[in-house]
Design a protein around this ligand. Structure first.
Ligand code: FE2
Length: 196
């Protein structure tokens, strides 16, 4: 059960690590402001929940996690805390009916947020995993977003060229900007933080 001491401890640890990392993003002024707002909101705890996810998505998740390369030491604790929680998260997919490769090769979960272990609607903190070579569909949304990049991978905004934030890099997406990400030769692993 998700309310076991282990899960509560891992979730607490995850929040602590995330708050620390959000203080050192090196983003633009606007990105730093969003990171600070999210960090502030993380000071207040949400409501615990217990979602469920399908066996197919859990198998895909496990396959991808097994081949994620080592992350830099500064991010190791955050990733360890995420991976401690994986069995307790609700794993879901972004719908892309005409992209069978994408549907067979990506999975997302909210850790904190409407479908998270901690239910709240002022922020959403989630994780995405994607097979090598796949492109996440272009999308946009009202909430500003910060990605914490935890694997190799490329990011794009609007029609700008793909660029590499690097492992441990951050990406700030202003409200409604069209954006995407692309896995290269290893699975893509990233955390995303939405400020609603
Ligand atoms: Fe997004």
């Amino acid at each position: 059960m998700h309310d076991s001491d282990d899960v509560i401890e891992a979730l607490h640890y995850f929040r602590t690590q995330l708050r620390q990392l959000l203080t050192t993003t090196g983003l633009s002024d606007q990105g730093i402001k969003v990171a600070e707002d999210i960090q502030q909101r993380l000071m207040v705890q949400g409501v615990p929940s217990r979602p469920a996810s399908s066996a197919r998505l859990c198998a895909l998740r496990d396959e991808l996690i097994a081949t994620i390369p080592q992350v830099p030491p500064a991010f190791g604790s955050l990733v360890d805390a995420c991976f401690t929680l994986v069995d307790h998260l609700f794993w879901f997919q972004r719908s892309a009916p005409h992209r069978p490769d994408f549907m067979a090769g990506h999975v997302n979960a909210e850790i904190i947020g409407p479908r998270g272990l901690e239910v709240r609607d002022d922020i959403t903190i989630g994780i995405s995993l994607m097979r090598p070579g796949l492109i996440y569909p272009d999308h946009h949304h009202l909430p500003e977003e910060i990605y914490i990049v935890l694997s190799k991978g490329l990011w794009r905004q609007n029609d700008h060229p793909w660029w590499s934030p690097g492992i441990g890099g951050y990406v700030y997406n202003p409200s409604h900007i069209v954006h995407s990400m692309r896995a290269v030769d290893t699975p893509l692993l990233a955390l995303w933080c939405l400020k609603h």
